[in-house]
Design a protein around this ligand. Sequence first.
Ligand code: PGA
Length: 246
Amino acid sequence: MRLIAANWKMNKTVSETEDYIKKFLKLVGKLEDREVLLCPPFTSLYVAGKLLKDTPVKLGAQNCFYEKSGAFTGEVSLPMLKELGCSYVIVGHSERRRIFCESDEVINKKLVACLEEGIRPILCVGERIEDREAGMTFKVVETQIRLALSGIEKYTDSVDIAYEPVWAIGTGVPATPEDAVEVHRFIKEVLKDLNPGSEGRTRVLYGGSVKPENASEFMKHEEIEGLLVGGASLDPESFAKIVNSF
Ligand code: PGA
């Protein structure tokens, strides 16, 4: 089933979250043939979990720490997220890599912890504009995937991957669906190489300036198995349009 995920980033207070979810649930139907996921900030997860309980809309976090508990000031663990009803966590978003200096090694530890805890990670990968211009897109994406999945190659079926070219995030300039498809096919090849016997349950999502106006252009392609939406997910009507657009 295809996955349409909302990454709210650092937006929305608890009361704004409540308003959003009440509106959003009225705008989407039973969602039998697609999976829909909301990833609010940590502070909104508790209320979001209560409102989404017994609905078809899933709850996820935007980040996690890899230890279960302890002296890690400011961090949030996977058991904490699980108790709030999170079934997904976004790991290695380019904003975390760039602004918070998250290394491939840390991302790998987070993925290992997610698998141990039974929370499905959405691993984000993607090249910068300099990489693309230098013809390094495939190399960068492959390196990010191999390092992130190092030691857990056998469990690729328990992970989803979001291809998010850094230059397309928040810029209003998405990749063309054709460019995205090319990278998605490449990611599938890398996954096959990493885990030859797998059933191929890893979905490859596209993210970067997805809007109601272009969502169906991406979803026309079978290689694009979902979307990770930032800015256009902040308004419940806009995100519902994306969810209902294919
Ligand atoms: P955007 O963000 O839709 O605002 O480009 C996507 C993301 O960062 O996941």
